[in-house]
Design a protein around this ligand. Structure first.
Ligand SMILES: [Zn+2]
Length: 119
C-alpha cells in the first residue's frame, strides 16, 4: 500500500505553533508569569539602606524569584560569600554592610536580571 498523495496534515500549523513549548500559540504559557511571582516584575534589585542603621547600614535584595527554603538557602549563601550576617524580612534579603557589587555578581551568576537601585 503506497500512497504518494500523503497529505501534510500539520503544514498549515507552521507559524501558529510556539517554538519553545510546541503548543499552539493560543495555548502557549511561555510568556506568562508563574503564579508565585507575586508583585515581582522579574528584576532583582539591590540597594543600600542606611536610614536608622548603624555603621555602613545593610544591603537589601528585593524581587528574588524564590520562596521558603530556597530563599533561606540563597540568603545563607550570600551571607557566607559576603562574610557577614543578614536576615530575611517579607521576602527581602538583608545583608549587613555594603556588598552591592559582590551581590550583583553573585545574583547575575544565577541568570537573573539584576539592577542596582537607589544610592
Ligand atoms: Zn510556548
Amino acid at each position: 500500500m503506497t500512497n504518494s498523495n500523503t497529505r501534510l496534515v500539520y503544514s498549515d500549523e507552521i507559524g501558529s505553533t510556539c517554538l519553545k513549548c510546541g503548543h499552539p500559540l493560543k495555548k502557549c504559557q511561555c510568556n506568562k508569569q508563574p503564579a508565585n511571582a507575586g508583585k515581582s516584575d522579574g528584576i532583582v534589585r539591590i540597594q543600600r539602606e542606611t536610614k536608622g542603621r548603624k555603621g555602613k547600614g545593610v544591603t537589601l535584595v528585593t524581587g528574588i524569584p524564590l520562596t521558603g527554603d530556597e530563599l533561606k538557602s540563597l540568603a545563607k549563601t550570600l551571607k557566607q560569600k559576603c562574610g557577614t550576617g543578614g536576615t530575611i524580612k517579607d521576602g527581602v534579603i538583608e545583608i549587613q554592610g555594603d556588598h552591592r557589587d559582590l551581590l550583583l555578581n553573585l545574583l547575575l551568576d544565577k541568570g537573573w536580571r539584576v539592577k542596582k537601585a537607589g544610592g
